[in-house]
Design a protein around this ligand. Structure first.
Ligand SMILES: Nc1nc2c(ncn2[C@@H]2O[C@H](COP(=O)(O)OP(=O)(O)OP(=O)(O)O)[C@@H](O)[C@H]2O)c(=O)[nH]1
Ligand SMILES: [Mg+2]
Length: 364
């Protein structure tokens, strides 16, 4: 699962990416510093997993992970090849969700490609490029579907849907704002529309605004308004501050943050939000050899979840022994949880829940 950092040039994408991943991507005060995408893996913070680590003292500890991709900046006309154009859009096509970095900090020393701080304009610029590029894709799909419809009349509803969607997007609206049924969504499966991907806005603030109350920053409020209207999430962030503290030990970080009157850095929240935005949950396995989180889509049933560990677990699935995290913690140990009858035996139709602690029984 991949999240792509998207935004105008020089707004802090690579700085935020570095803070998230410690990957050391190049970041500098000029537009188009990034050309080739940088890729980094981050652990998804999970307090439950840490508590299990305390309980089991395992040899191996393996949190869930997400992939972040730091993509080159987009400018007006990118869909027509401006800036470095279409190549960047292709990088965005490969991600599952977008972290849209929006500059909200004033600083005359840091170049803004359009000369002033204006999140509404900036968000529109990026969105329009995604939308233009999508409309081209839809036109091609529409042509193909119309041709195919000559031999297969059942495609008529698809043609109608594509025409409606195209008209909607030609008004400059993102596909994610178009209400569609599951079936219609399925029709778009082979057409990876950029503006259909879920978005988290990362509002990049100055360290003063970030520490002194984000709602005092009018630019930030504007991003919130835009996000609210389309049902997206917003996270305030100070990329520079995050980059500074990402090098610190946990202890140093804690002291530094509490000096600033902050509880936690903004990164954990972005990572967690990304995880849930992608419709992902974790189930956990715990033992002395390893305490580990496994990533599955919400709604996954027990055998398929078992298949994440090994295909044999799915093929030879017998049952899952499941205890909820809270029950296990309340009992203090797996043995005690079993004695109290809190370890359930679940079958093939069981839908896995976030935070389930599981032992799969299988037979090959
Ligand atoms: N003051 C301040 N400067 C920042 C902040 N975030 C980034 N910068 C600076 O802005 C400049 C651009 O940052 P990058 O992270 O390279 O920007 P980018 O979005 O990756 O840019 P491109 O790769 O060119 O598209 C660098 O000089 C950063 O130090 C911030 O929160 N505050
Ligand atoms: Mg960059």
């Amino acid at each position: 699962m991949k999240l792509g950092m998207v935004g105008l040039p020089n707004v802090g994408k690579s700085t935020l990416f570095n803070a998230l991943t410690n990957a050391g991507a190049e970041s500098a005060n000029y537009p188009f510093c990034t050309i080739e995408p940088n890729v980094g893996i981050v652990s998804v913070p999970d307090v439950r997993l840490e508590k299990l680590r305390d309980m089991y003292d395992p040899e191996k500890f393996t949190p869930a992970t997400l992939e972040f991709v730091d993509i080159a900046g987009l400018v007006k006309g990118a869909s027509k090849g401006e800036g470095l154009g279409n190549k960047f859009l292709a990088n965005i096509r490969e991600v599952d969700a977008i972290v849209h970095v929006v500059r909200c900090f004033e600083n005359d020393n840091i170049i803004h490609v359009d000369g002033s701080i204006n999140p509404r304009r900036d968000i529109e610029t990026i969105d329009l490029e995604l939308i233009f590029s999508d409309v081209e894709l839809i036109e091609r799909k529409l042509d193909r579907t119309k041709k195919a419809m000559k031999g297969d009349k059942s495609l008529a509803p698809q043609v109608e849907f594509l025409e409606e969607l195209k008209a909607f997007m030609e008004e400059g609206k993102a596909a994610r704002a178009f209400e569609m049924t599951d079936e219609q969504r399925e029709w778009l499966k082979e057409t990876p529309l950029l503006s259909l991907k879920p978005v988290i806005y990362a509002a990049n603030l100055s360290d003063e605004d970030f520490t002194n109350g984000v709602e005092k920053n009018e630019h930030y409020n504007e991003v919130c308004e835009i996000a609210k209207a389309e049902g997206s999430a917003v996270f305030p962030i100070c990329a520079q501050l995050e980059a500074e503290i990402s090098d610190m030990t946990d202890e140093e970080k804690e002291i530094f943050l509490s000096d600033l009157g902050l509880e936690q850095s903004g990164l954990d929240r972005i990572i967690k939000a990304g995880y849930s935005l992608l419709g992902l949950i974790s189930y956990l396995t715990a033992g002395q050899p390893e305490v580990r989180a496994w990533t599955i889509k919400k709604g996954t049933k027990a055998p398929q979840a078992a298949g994440k560990i090994h295909s044999d677990f799915e093929k030879g699935f017998i049952r899952a022994e499941v205890v909820s995290f809270d029950d296990l913690m309340a009992c203090g140990s797996m043995t005690a949880a079993k004695e109290k009858g809190l370890v359930r035996s679940e079958g093939k139709e069981y839908v896995m829940q976030d935070g389930d602690i599981v032992l799969f029984r299988f037979n090959v």
